[in-house]
Structure formats: structure tokens, C-alpha cells
Design a protein around this ligand. Structure first.
Ligand code: GLC
Length: 482
């Protein structure tokens, strides 16, 4: 059986901050179903899930960074309900913290470089100690981006050089770059390999991964095309390494995201009673949030970040409600303090028509997908986006900016071409005028109830499952191994 080990910062349900956690929590499960042997290693973060699941130590060691040693152990998580072996690297002092990425002031942990270097080397030492080594290491985002370099160019890990490496870019905006002044923290490497680490006079783990891996993937074909044109200075590199590039659309875990069985939602879908399922969930939402359930409700779920276009929301809500659009707004998410503040301010202004929960809340997210009519994603960039797929499956029609994976998965309802994807509303420019027009078009669609229900019912049947994507990954792995 062919074996692959995924290395990542997140894996649902053990530790998740965003979509990458969902992907790493689902892809291995679906790979295993088609004959692969996939496992996952993440750091042992301090999360409720990890606190309440017993583990068993399978390996321990020490990583040296310059003059300091970091003791760690690799633990197998017992009673793991996910369908793949999950391992966590327990590195005291480095990952047992209040949040996966951010300190209490909302900034990235200041010792990020050390954290990533220790995690990556703990992973490699463990693999070195395995009797049966994986054939492939699949690294996710820049946090694990130095692994393809290390296995090829660090004498310490050279006995792993035959292991294929695949690197997935979930978010190309973050490179994890750091100054050459920190070079002493890296394990010893071949002098001639130095330039593989460099991009714009800094050590750049994202760039190093793209250069050194056997193949790299982006989480949608559309995003790969975009990275070639705009990727914070990496355009040239992406073009140069183009033969190694693959755009593979993410799937969603249709077992976790199933309106018929979802235990987070108030009322499950039964038979063909879609309207009843939507109505009941919307009414239940009205217990939690202040809004008018007889009006269509537009929802935003996710990080309140510029990248996601969340800074447009306060103005968009103000403009649409201020102009008397007959709708309500709901928001679930946390993030940028200025955006949160702006939302709080208009919440007072539009009481009863706009409400928000400024937090990360997985159960509430499920309830919002089930109870909303429309979901908006005004992203500036969107490598794939999973929320539009969750929304479609739960019968909430997506309004998206035509960018990256959103463009690949949502077709405008007025577009009559037989394209794959859900039907929704697309808009092109990242500005208030275009976004307002999109919301207006969504309302028009809603008012034509027959057409709206047809769109919604169609969306619920679109196949966004992982089976298809897992097969594409498996083909890629096969082509590298054989
Ligand atoms: C990142 C991207 C998002 C993608 C997810 C999973 O969070 O921003 O677009 O869906 O990773 O790959």
C-alpha cells in the first residue's frame, strides 16, 4: 500500500483555524478509502479536542536550533474518530498556547520561525526512525515549506531524499519569510543550495517549497492562474516551476456537512421537505439573532479579514439597509479589530435588521448555513473557499466575487452555459457599487420565489465531495512515485 504523511499546522477536528484544517481533516480520509495509507502530523496545540483525547507516545527526541535543544515527543491520538491515523508533535513551550497562530494582541507569535523549524525537524527525525517510511510527504502552506528543502539539501536528513514531496498552497499571501540573520537556526545545509532558500534577499519558506518539492498544488485551478499573474512577487517563480504546478479543487466533507444528519442544526432535512427544513432553521436562528425572518437573510461567515473582503461589509450593510433593501444581515466571525468595531457601530444603527456574533463558533456556522437564504463572500483573494460549497449543500444561495476558487465553483444564475458548479450571483469588481448591485440581483432572484427555489434545490445537489479531488491527488502521487 502506498503511504503518504500529511504535515500541517491544522487538522479538523483536532485543531482548526480555517479552511486548511478542514482540508487536512478530510483529504486523508478519502485517500484511505481509495487504497492509500494516509496519516497526519500536526503540532500538539492546546485545544479542547486535544485536551480530551488520550494519546500514546510513539517517538521522542530533541531538535537542536543553534545552541538550544528542544525536547519533543510524537504522540498517536487514541480513540480517533477520524478515518486516518492522527499524530501530534508535543513540543513543550512552543505550541501549547492559547491560539494556533496569534498571540493575545492578535499578532502572529513572535517566535514563529523557531516554532516552525522545530516542528519540521521533529517530523523528519520521526520519519527517519520509522521502520516503514512514507513514500510521500505532503506539506501544507509555508509552515511546513522547508521540508522539501531539508530532505534534499541537509546532510542530516539526506537519507530521506528519495521521499517525494508535494506542497499545497492554501494561501499564497503568507510566505513565512524571515531574515538571513537567522540562518544560524537552520540545520546545516549544502552551501550551493543556499539560493534555493532565498527570495528577495530573505529566507522564504513558500518559495523554497515551490523550488524544492516534486510537485506543488493550489486549492483550485483558478487560483493557480491568478498566482501566475499576482503572487506578491512570486510570479516569476510560479511561471518557472509551471511544469510542477497542479490546480486541484478542494472538496467538502459531505459526512461532516450533511443537512440530513448534522447534529449542530436545529432541524434536519427529511425527504424532499427542503422548504420546511429551511423555514425551521431560520426560525431557530431568529431566537438567537435579532432579524426579521420574513425577509431574506444574507449571511457572512468567516474571518473578518481584508483578504476575505470583510472590510467592505460595514459599508455594504449600511448602503443596502440605508437604501431600504428588504433584507436582513447576519455575520459570524472574528478578526480585524477595526472591522469588528465598525460592525458593532452599525449594529446599533440597524437593530432588528443586522446582527452579528463576533466569534469563531463551529456549531453556529452550521446553523447559519442551514437557516440563511443567501451567503456573501466578497473576497479580494480566495484560493478555494469552502463556505460557498457548504452554503450550496445547505440550500443557501452564494453571492461571490468572481475570484480564485469562487469563480471555479459558483456560476452566475443568469449564465446559461452548462458549466459545472453551484448557481448563485457573481460580481466582478471589489467595490461597493458592484457588491451592492450583486445583493440587489440576489434580492430580485429571491423575489421570484419559483426561480429562487429552483436555484437553491439545484445547489443542494451539486457534487462537491472529496471523492473526485482525492482521486486527482492520488493520480498525482502515483505519477511521482512510479
Ligand atoms: C485557505 C484559503 C481558502 C481555502 C482553504 C483551504 O484558508 O484562504 O480559500 O479554501 O485554505 O484550502
Amino acid at each position: 500500500m502506498a503511504t503518504v504523511l500529511h504535515l500541517s499546522m491544522e487538522c479538523y477536528p483536532a485543531a482548526k483555524a480555517g479552511g486548511m484544517g478542514d482540508v487536512v481533516g478530510a483529504l486523508p480520509k478519502y485517500l484511505n478509502r481509495i487504497g492509500w495509507d494516509a496519516a497526519v502530523l500536526i503540532p500538539k496545540h492546546r485545544t479542547h479536542w486535544l485536551d480530551t483525547h488520550p494519546t500514546q507516545v510513539v517517538w521522542s527526541g530533541k531538535v537542536r536550533l543553534h545552541e538550544r535543544y528542544y525536547a519533543y515527543c510524537i504522540e498517536y491520538v487514541e480513540n480517533d474518530p477520524t478515518a486516518f491515523p492522527l499524530f501530534v508533535a508535543h513540543i513543550p513551550g512552543l505550541f501549547d498556547r492559547s491560539s494556533i497562530y496569534l498571540d493575545d494582541t492578535g499578532r502572529g507569535w513572535s517566535d514563529e520561525v523557531v516554532r516552525h523549524l522545530v516542528f519540521q525537524q521533529a517530523a523528519l527525525q520521526w520519519v527517519q526512525g520509522m521502520a516503514y517510511k512514507p513514500q510521500l510527504l505532503h506539506c501544507h502552506d509555508h509552515h511546513t515549506g522547508l521540508i522539501p528543502f531539508m530532505v534534499k539539501h541537509c546532510p542530516e536528513y539526506r537519507n530521506l531524499a528519495d521521499i517525494r514531496t508535494v506542497f499545497t498552497i492554501h494561501n499564497g499571501a503568507y510566505h513565512g519569510a524571515f531574515s538571513w540573520d537567522l540562518i544560524h537556526l537552520l540545520p546545516w545545509f549544502d552551501a550551493e543550495a543556499r539560493e534555493l532558500l532565498d527570495w528577495n534577499h530573505a529566507i522564504n519558506p513558500l518559495a523554497a517549497a515551490i523550488k524544492c518539492c516534486w510537485a506543488f498544488t493550489t486549492v483550485s485551478p483558478g487560483y493557480l492562474e491568478e498566482l501566475r499573474e499576482h503572487s506578491n512577487g512570486l510570479e516569476w517563480l510560479i511561471r518557472h516551476e509551471w511544469p510542477k504546478a497542479h490546480g486541484i479543487l478542494n472538496g467538502i466533507d459531505t459526512e461532516v456537512w450533511n443537512p440530513r444528519t448534522d447534529r449542530h442544526i436545529f432541524y434536519n432535512l427529511k425527504g424532499h421537505a427542503i422548504q420546511k427544513y429551511k423555514d425551521e432553521n431560520k426560525l431557530a436562528l431568529a431566537q438567537r439573532f435579532r432579524f426579521e425572518p420574513q425577509l431574506p437573510v444574507v449571511t457572512y461567515i468567516g474571518r473578518l479579514a481584508r483578504e476575505k473582503g470583510a472590510d467592505l461589509l460595514p459599508d455594504l450593510i449600511g448602503r443596502t439597509l440605508g437604501s431600504g433593501f428588504p433584507l436582513s444581515w447576519l455575520i459570524l466571525g472574528s478578526g480585524d479589530a477595526a472591522i469588528e468595531q465598525a460592525l458593532r457601530q452599525i449594529m446599533h444603527h440597524f437593530k432588528g435588521r443586522f446582527d452579528a456574533a463576533l466569534e469563531y463558533n463551529e456549531a453556529l456556522a452550521h446553523q447559519l448555513y442551514a437557516g440563511s437564504d443567501l451567503l456573501i463572500m466578497p473576497s479580494r483573494v480566495e484560493p478555494c473557499g469552502l463556505n460557498q460549497m457548504y452554503a450550496a449543500r445547505y440550500g443557501t444561495v452564494p453571492i461571490v466575487r468572481a475570484v480564485g476558487g469562487l469563480r471555479d465553483t459558483v456560476v452566475d444564475y443568469a449564465d446559461t452555459r452548462p458549466l459545472p458548479g453551484a448557481r448563485g450571483i457573481q460580481f466582478t469588481h471589489f467595490d461597493l457599487t458592484d457588491a451592492t448591485a450583486a445583493v440587489w440581483r440576489a434580492l430580485q432572484l429571491y423575489q421570484d420565489q419559483k426561480r429562487f427555489r429552483k436555484t437553491r434545490n439545484y445547489d443542494m445537489k451539486v457534487d462537491f465531495s472529496w471523492e473526485r479531488s482525492a482521486r486527482t491527488y492520488a493520480q498525482l502521487y502515483d505519477s511521482l512515485i512510479h
